[in-house]
Design a protein around this ligand. Structure first.
Ligand code: CMP
Length: 145
C-alpha cells in the first residue's frame, strides 16, 4: 500500500522516535517518509525467509518479530527497531528468518530507496553498521553463550 500524503506526517512522527533517524530534521524525514510502504502481518507470517534474495528493509511500527536461524532464536525486535539491512548492504541472501509473533505493522523500503538513503546520510549508515556488527557477533556466538 503506497502511503498517502496525509500519512507522511504520522510516519515522520514514527521516524522521530526511532534512534536510527535521530539527528535528521523534519524536512529530511518528510522526504524519507515518502519512500516507505506500510505492510501488515498476521501472527506466524514469515516476513523474511532465510536464504532468499533481499529486496526490502523493514522498520517495525507495531508488534513484535522474532529473528530465527536453524531453530535458534537470535533476537526479538519491536517498534522502532529494524531488520533486513544485512542482505541489502552486502547483496548476500537473507541471513535469518524473521517471523511476526503477533499482528505487526512495518514500514518497508525497497533496496533502491534504501541505498539512496544510506548514501545520502552517512550518519544513518554508521549507526546501521554498528548495529550490524553487534548482530553478527550474536549470530556467530555458539548457542548458550
Ligand atoms: P537480512 O540478512 O537481510 O535478513 C534477516 C535479518 O535478520 C538480517 O538482515 C538482520 O536484520 C536480522 N538479524 C540477523 N541476525 C540478527 C541478530 N543476531 N539480532 C537481530 N537481528 C538479526
Amino acid at each position: 500500500m503506497k502511503l498517502q500524503g496525509s500519512e507522511t506526517k504520522a510516519i515522520v512522527g514514527m521516524l522521530q522516535k526511532a534512534p536510527l533517524w535521530a539527528g535528521l530534521n523534519e524536512k529530511e524525514l518528510k522526504v524519507i517518509a515518502r519512500s516507505f510502504k506500510e505492510l501488515k502481518y498476521e501472527s506466524g507470517d514469515f516476513i523474511v525467509h532465510k536464504g532468499e534474495r533481499g529486496i526490502g528493509f523493514y522498520l517495525i511500527v507495531d508488534g513484535t518479530v522474532e529473528v530465527r536461524t536453524d531453530g535458534r532464536v537470535l533476537s526479538k525486535l519491536g517498534p522502532g527497531q529494524f531488520f533486513g539491512e544485512m542482505s541489502l548492504l552486502d547483496g548476500q541472501p537473507r541471513s535469518a528468518d524473521v517471523v511476526a509473533l503477533e499482528p505487526s505493522k512495518c514500514l518497508a523500503l525497497s533496496s533502491w530507496n534504501f541505498n539512496s538513503i544510506v548514501s545520502d546520510y552517512p550518519k544513518i549508515a554508521l549507526k546501521m553498521l554498528k548495529e550490524c556488527v553487534r548482530r553478527s557477533r550474536i549470530s556467530t556466538q555458539p548457542p548458550g553463550e
